[in-house]
Design a protein around this ligand. Structure first.
Ligand code: GDP
Ligand code: IMO
Ligand code: MG
Length: 430
């Protein structure tokens, strides 16, 4: 298996950015295949922190090719801003190290506005989105009226595309009591930024096919997590893309046979940002402890993340849905010092015991977690770089998680720092 797909097995923020950055040393190409700048991936290299939203986490390493695949919704203004921010940190992003799929759909300011309107307090449909226009942009993509990256290279075709888009959006805006948008304003928004995007544009499916044939190692970087998946997540409290491993193929233009090892990034406890069911949530001093020790604040919006115990039911479901071959278990160090650690092993629903998360929202809201209790450890795991440095109780916890979720731990992360990572099995060699 020469390639690796990294996906989140919970509700996002599992530490995908750190693991992708660490693994990218062994890869040649790093590809984003869904989502957009709703993602917030933090990497820490020698004490310096890099925050990435739209760009693949491989950009920080020299000599790697980063790719934004067709499955991503691409905000050109966010790209320009992120590129500038990173260049101020000494990370250079040029057409030589980044390519953007010509067939990716764009996020425009009207998408951001619509996202904000729907999320406003009186809309009755609040999801707690990141406000980046992700949902509205995907709606336009499947509605076959999106403006795409390639359209920026063909300005003569833009007026027709814009007309098609506004034929949908202006009636919608009128219904919401908002001003209509003038086609000239969108044309201006697009033409002003086109010159900064077009040099990066590429036929990504062909580029990846060539790299694959040349024997290059490809690392696919998922954003969000399985429980935010549009099909498999806690619908409607989800994001608007497929976040599961299967999307790595469709969202980049490579066949599913090229995906290789599926690595599920998994936090040693659980967090979620935004609204929606969360069976093991601890809205108490435990949640506060995890949030403070784990610094659980959103990278994108700065919102406080909700925290709770590890839920083996959810992760076992994610193992099945993604075909996870191995886990990268992160933030074990956050549990250091706890007297007691709990893990969800099943749910009670209307008097019966179940071993899965039901698809219905009302059932998801009603399930009562069944906990198993573990003795914690007082020694520290923070910064451990060898398995043998871990306290016996911590090893016991990890081993038990492997059994409960039916997948082995392939990597273990013990701090935000790149090198504070224990390799159990190399996923590229598997
Ligand atoms: P992502 O969205 O999955 O990439 O995760 P985020 O970057 O949004 O959130 C994970 C946070 O935890 C980041 O601030 C990381 O620096 C940090 N982090 C990653 N791995 C570890 C770990 O093993 N221990 C601790 N304490 N922090 C970690
Ligand atoms: P990373 O890649 C955690 C959540 C939002 C909201 C829902 C829909 O950093 O793990 P959206 O703006 O996508 O329409 O919001 O999804 N969400 C995330 N939560 N991590 C993320 O990304 C997320 N991206 C979106 O909070 O509940
Ligand atoms: Mg994040």
């Amino acid at each position: 298996m020469a390639n690796v797909v990294v996906i989140g097995s919970q509700w996002g923020d599992e530490g995908k950015g750190k693991i992708v950055d660490w693994l990218s040393e062994r890869a040649d190409v790093v590809v984003r295949f869904q989502g957009g700048h709703n993602a917030g991936h933090t990497l820490v290299v020698d004490g310096v922190s890099y925050k990435l939203s739209l760009l693949p986490s491989g950009v920080v390493r020299q000599g790697k090719l980063s790719v934004i695949g067709n499955g991503v919704v691409f905000d050109p203004h966010a790209f320009v801003a992120e590129r500038k921010r990173l260049s101020e940190q000494g990370v250079s992003i040029e057409p030589g190290n980044l390519r953007i799929a010509d067939n990716a759909a764009l996020i425009l300011s009207l998408h951001r506005e619509l996202d904000a309107t729907r999320e406003s307090s009186n809309s009755g449909t609040k999801i707690g989105t990141t406000g980046r226009g992700i949902g509205p942009a995907y709606e336009d993509k499947v509605g076959r009226r999106a403006i795409r990256v390639m359209d920026l290279a063909h300005p003569e075709g833009l007026p027709e595309r814009i007309e098609r888009l506004l034929a949908h959006h202006n009636p919608l805006r009128r219904g919401l009591g908002q001003d209509e948008i003038d086609a000239a304003a969108i044309l201006d928004e697009l033409t002003s930024v086109a010159g900064e995007i077009v040099p990066f544009m590429d036929r990504v499916w062909r580029l990846l096919d060539e790299r694959r044939k040349a024997g290059d190692r490809i690392l696919f970087e998922g954003a969000q997590g399985t429980l935010l998946d549009i099909d498999h997540g806690t619908y409607p409290f989800v994001t608007s893309s497929n976040t599961v491993a299967g999307q790595a193929a469709a969202g980049s233009g490579l066949g599913p046979g090229s995906l290789g090892f599926v690595l599920g990034i998994t936090k040693a406890y659980t967090t979620r940002v935004g609204e929606g069911p969360f069976p093991s949530e601890q809205d108490n001093e435990i949640g506060q402890f995890l949030g403070e020790k784990g610094r659980e604040f959103g990278t994108v919006t700065g919102r406080k993340r909700r925290c709770g115990w590890f839920d083996a039911v959810l992760v076992r479901q994610a193992v099945a849905i993604n075909g996870i071959h191995g886990l990268a278990l992160t933030k074990l160090d956050v549990l250091d010092g706890l007297e007691e650690i709990k893990v969800v092993t099943g749910y009670r629903l209307d008097g019966t015991t179940i071993d899965y998360l039901p698809a219905s929202l009302s059932e998801q809201q009603r399930v009562e977690p069944i906990y198993e209790s573990f003795e914690g450890w007082q020694a520290t795991t923070a910064g451990a770089r060898r398995w043998s440095d871990l306290p016996a109780q911590a090893i016991k916890y990890v081993r038990h998680i492997e059994e409960l979720v039916e997948a082995p731990v392939t990597l273990l992360s013990t701090s935000p720092e790149r090198e504070d990572t224990i390799l159990v099995r190399d996923p590229f060699q598997d």
